[in-house]
Design a protein. Structure first.
Length: 114
């Protein structure tokens, strides 16, 4: 059974940092392209960052240079290091595959105050 569990969110001031984690089970993790998404109230879910099984990455323009996606294939976990956070980064953050084909987890709330 596929299971995605996000954690690490919280309340932080602008300019601060957070590190999100997503533990995945029920998939061939090391062969799966993983991604982080976020959704703000009243907005559509947007793709934030992608990482291939081999570690190649790609980012949305809005987070390029501030966020870093990484993975540990031995732990079936994908991470999102978020630095220089801005109020507009406030959202619920989710992980999934690069196509969003898995059952979505509950996400983790990130709130950035000005």
């Amino acid at each position: 059974q596929v299971h995605l569990v996000e954690s690490g969110g919280g309340l932080v001031q602008a300019g601060g940092s957070l590190r999100l984690s997503c533990a995945a089970s029920g998939i061939l993790f090391r062969f799966t392209q993983m991604a982080w998404y976020r959704q703000s109230p009243g907005k559509q879910r947007e793709l934030v960052a992608i990482i291939t099984g081999g570690g190649s990455t790609n980012y949305a323009d809005s987070v390029q240079g501030r966020f870093t996606i990484s993975r540990d294939n031995t732990k079936n976990t994908v991470y999102l290091q978020m630095n220089s956070l801005k109020p507009e980064d406030t959202a619920v953050y989710y992980c999934n595959t690069n196509t969003g084909r898995l059952l979505w987890g509950q996400g983790t709330q990130v709130t950035v105050t000005s």
